[in-house]
Design a protein around this ligand. Structure first.
Ligand code: PHB
Length: 175
């Protein structure tokens, strides 16, 4: 299941925010500016994060996304599945150039089961360069290049079939 989710995440095809496929209720989720974890918490009792993989990888292992980050020899990779009340809702993949890990951002290596958003959105230095919606099969996702103290990282998220996003779309007759 988790491996499958991460495989789908890697297969997301990117769309411009102006794409007619992106109806308002969908954009409302995909362009969420604040923590997705906090938003999910409004739809369940407990959000949990299971880290699937955390460690350094080479530029070659990063794949195409490497073009969106500075060229370095190593990148920190974090892959997780986030669940709402035990049901998988989101697969997340964060790629962090090693140089971003200098200073307080070294903490990114020690998140474990703590949601990334709790760390990012508590930082006064967080900015976002861009956000891009994506689609694979009937699933939606997004990727964002974020900066902590001006140092970049790339976060890709795939909303799994049980995510509340799809209930919102169904309620609007969009799915
Ligand atoms: C993570 O902990 O890596 C994480 C959590 C929530 C997200 C994305 C990533 O929406």
């Amino acid at each position: 299941m988790s491996d499958h989710a991460l495989g789908l995440l890697r297969a997301l095809a990117w769309l411009p925010v102006s794409s007619p496929l992106l109806k308002a209720p969908l954009l409302d989720w995909l362009l969420e500016e604040d923590s997705m974890t906090a938003r999910f918490e409004r739809h369940c009792h407990q959000v949990t994060v299971e880290p699937l993989r955390e460690g350094f990888i080479s530029a070659a292992e990063v794949g195409d996304e490497v073009a969106l980050l500075p060229q370095e020899s190593r990148y920190w990779l974090r892959e997780i599945v986030l669940s709402g009340d035990g049901v998988p809702w989101l697969a997340g993949r964060t790629v962090v150039p090693e140089s971003t890990l200098q200073g307080p951002e070294a903490m990114l290596q020690n998140l474990g089961t703590r949601p990334l958003g709790r760390y990012l959105f508590s930082s006064s230095t967080l900015t976002r360069d861009f956000i891009e919606p994506g689609r694979v099969d009937a699933l939606w996702g997004r990727r964002s290049r974020l900066r902590l103290a001006d140092k970049p990282l790339l976060l890709t998220e795939l909303f799994l079939p049980a995510a509340p996003l799809y209930q919102s779309l169904a309620a609007e007759g969009l799915q």
